[in-house]
Design a protein. Sequence first.
Length: 94
Amino acid sequence: MPIPLTTAGLTVFAAMLGLMIGSFLNVCVYRLPRHETIVRGHSYCPKCRHPLSGADLVPVFSYLLLARRCRYCREPISGRYARIELTVSVSFAL
């Protein structure tokens, strides 16, 4: 029996999809001007260049849980990343 899709369910789904796409857009915004690939390679801290783990890459939530700092070098992470993810998420939800 299929689960009925409600307006709230679709909104949450759209918001989550927006977070993922916003995260990918952050990769593009950071890497493309530097002529880096967006297809291969792990995400890394722009300050210490340490590869990030999956737990470090959950859009917005990791940023907040890590107190807006890199887990490895403790340098601040720009709020631009979370703002882009949230803006795309809200746009998708609307």
